[in-house]
Design a protein around this ligand. Structure first.
Ligand code: GLP
Length: 258
């Protein structure tokens, strides 16, 4: 696991955007695995700016998002479809029909999850998977005790995850209780994984993910099994790492060959 610790959240965000841009330069037809959440808003803003500056194109790429709330249609204001349209898709040059999310309003969510998993496999799996980190250690919506080899399926959200996401809804009770999410096994099939976390609220989960035991109690710890993971943190999110000095010696100020 490559651990890059940046002095500020802004520099960590720049680093993630630059790594994505570099991957697309090497592989313009990459299959991107995309994430939502507050963490990613600034990453997508950087990608849009880079696109407008002629530094990156998504014209040959395609994308699959990690997850969607069960019950929310693509045009629901709080759906991840809406999030992605507003924060990225409407402002860059993905070709029509080349961006995918699960349908939260599918009549049979289990069948939709299986269909989505199959669609990812048919696309050849994810080239570069972007991830945020839940403060309880979740990735996608794989809550603690998720099977470490799970595929795309329905997960019940924990109270803490619903509380963390309530800021995107009018009322706590509006936050859905279920989500369709790529599984941990789906994520582990990606060629490369890029995880971003910043702020003190992520410090405990980041330490469990990087240095804790491989355990379903911290789903992100499954990334220890992956061959090509880059974790990008700011100093606050890195504050609980026992081996922080080591990571900083290997990559001073989070600098990495791209
Ligand atoms: C959400 C999403 C995750 C995201 C995480 C962190 O529930 N399903 O994909 O990475 O929680 O969210 P935030 O970036 O808002 O802290």
């Amino acid at each position: 696991m490559r651990v890059l610790i940046h002095p500020t959240p802004e520099l960590a965000i720049d680093c993630v955007a630059d790594l994505m841009i570099a991957r697309l330069a090497r592989q313009p037809d990459a299959v991107l695995g995309l994430a939502t959440g507050g963490t990613m808003e600034a990453v997508y803003a950087r990608l849009i700016a880079a696109h407008h500056a002629g530094r990156v194109s998504f014209a040959a790429a395609r994308s699959f998002n990690l997850d969607e709330y069960v019950g929310l249609a693509p045009d629901h204001p709080c759906s991840y479809w809406t999030y992605m349209r507003e924060h990225l898709f409407a402002q860059v040059d993905f070709a029509a029909g080349r961006t995918a999310l699960p349908r939260g309003d599918a009549a049979d969510p289990e069948a939709e999850a299986a269909r989505y998993e199959a669609e990812i496999a048919v696309a050849g799996d994810i080239s570069l998977q972007l991830l945020g980190l839940g403060s309880n250690g979740h990735i996608g919506f794989n809550e603690p005790t998720s099977s470490l080899s799970s595929l795309t399926r329905i997960k019940t959200l924990t109270h803490s995850t619903r509380a963390a996401n309530a800021r995107f809804f009018d009322r706590f009770d509006d936050v859905p209780r279920l989500a369709i999410t790529m599984g941990i096994g789906t994520i582990l099939r990606a060629d490369e994984v890029l995880l971003l976390a910043y702020g003190a609220g992520k410090a405990e989960a980041a330490a469990a993910m990087i240095e804790g035991p491989l355990a379903a109690a911290c789903p992100a710890s499954a990334l220890q099994l992956h061959r090509k993971v880059t974790v990008v943190l700011d100093e606050a999110a890195a504050s609980r790492l026992a081996l922080r000095d080591y990571y900083e010696a290997v990559h001073p100020k989070g600098r990495a060959e791209i």
